[in-house]
Design a protein around this ligand. Structure first.
Ligand code: UD1
Length: 367
């Protein structure tokens, strides 16, 4: 019988699950592949983890490293140690890490030091902002991985300018869009707008969780004031990330938001319900990475409350605009006046997982 190759797909936090799901499904159809999901346990709440496994049709993780919450050093160190132990015992033929969370460089480091071929899916993105923890994670991961699978031309150019040999780089496209397309029929059937009484009404979706926005009292206070003013222009729906919820409570800002009728604070939403909210929104205000892409695909105008983005294609070809706190309200006015338009972006076609599988076949000399 032909050899089966074991491929470990490492996922840690909410956005990672959407990145491994299409690849897991594509590999499940290949007789030569045995894909295993390794959950590091960084996100562990039902609403931040398990619900996505259910919606995305992912299997129960083969292993859960149980690293939980903690400082950057703690999370990175715990993954390094626990994943190394897993690798020594279970020796896969390939490790795939995704995105830019703390587990991404940690798992890659454990694997490459054991000389296990290691690939980074969503390689090459750069915000050029080194105070952003994810930027350090991206730089470290791309420096050490054997295979760098990028979503876009800008990512290839970033890697080239860092002196990374192009033989390691392949542009495969945007894997998040595979997930979006895979679940679009279910997303369209979601009844969250009816449940929230939003159907046929104009509303904006807000998501904020970056430490640079929510971790300091001064910054979060300013953002809350802006949201209160924004809610006079359009009702806001604001699913709260656990980090944001904790900071709102700690700094005593929760009540003032919760009391406002035009602001709906929600629990973290499952993927399909959240995408339904985004697709029906007049506008999205966010500091997330993935949401910049999802809004661009769905044609929803997006105002990103950051000074930079590692996803510049969403600015040039998508619906995204970077906004500062001082300009948020005026940008909101212009975006509310603008027409919606759907965009076409190269390799956002739902076929990224298939292209990644081709790359894996090349790694194993199967093609
Ligand atoms: C992490 C990623 C970030 C990603 C985000 C998506 C890093 C450096 N950051 O940030 O890139 O955009 O996930 O959500 O890896 N918590 C819970 N339940 C959970 C998980 C977390 O309550 O299931 C709380 C904990 O109090 C924790 C806090 O949320 O301290 C922050 O979680 P953490 O995983 O450290 O970082 P995120 O802000 O989620």
């Amino acid at each position: 019988m032909r050899k089966q190759f074991t491929i470990d797909l490492v996922a840690a936090a909410r956005p990672n699950f959407m990145k491994i799901a299409p690849l897991w499904h594509a590999l499940a159809k290949r007789p030569w592949a045995r894909a295993r999901v390794i959950h590091t346990g960084q996100h562990y709440d039902y609403a931040m983890s398990q619900v996505f496994f259910e919606e995305l049709g992912l299997p129960t993780p083969y292993a859960n490293l149980g690293v939980g919450s903690g400082s950057h050093g703690q999370q990175t160190g715990r993954v390094l140690e626990a994943f190394e132990a897993h690798l020594v015992k279970e020796r896969p033929d390939l490790v795939v890490v995704v995105g830019d969370v703390n587990a991404t460089p940690a798992a890659a480091l454990a694997a490459v030091k054991l000389h296990i071929p290691t690939a980074h899916l969503e390689a090459g993105l750069r915000s050029f902002e080194r105070t952003m923890p994810e930027e350090i994670n991206r730089l470290v991961t791309d420096t050490i991985c054997d295979h760098l699978w990028t979503p876009s031309e800008d990512a290839d150019m970033n890697l080239a300018s860092e002196g990374i040999p192009m033989a390691r780089v392949t542009r495969v496209g945007n894997i998040m869009i595979d997930t979006l397309l895979m679940l679009l029929p279910r997303i369209q059937k979601e009844d969250i707008l009816e449940k929230l009484g939003l159907w046929g009404k104009g509303y904006a979706v807000v998501t904020l969780h970056r430490p640079s926005n929510v971790d300091s009292q001064e910054s979060l206070k300013l953002l809350c004031e802006l949201l209160l003013k924004a809610s006079q222009k359009i009702p806001l729906v604001f699913p709260l990330h656990p980090r944001t919820r904790a900071r709102l409570l700690e700094f005593g800002f929760m009540d003032v938001l919760a009391k406002k009728d035009a602001i709906r604070l929600l629990e973290p939403q499952p993927y399909c319900a959240f995408m339904r909210l985004v697709s029906g929104a007049r506008i999205v205000v966010t500091d997330s990475g993935g949401v910049q892409e999802e809004t661009s695909y769905l044609g929803t105008p997006c105002l990103t409350l950051r000074d930079n983005t590692e996803r510049p294609i969403t600015l040039s070809l998508g619906t995204n605009r970077l906004v500062r706190r001082e300009t948020l309200l005026s940008e909101l006015d212009s975006a509310l006046d603008a027409q919606r338009s759907k965009r076409t972006i190269p390799l956002w076609d739902g076929k990224t997982a298939a292209r990644v599988v081709q790359q894996i076949e090349t790694v194993f000399s199967l093609s």
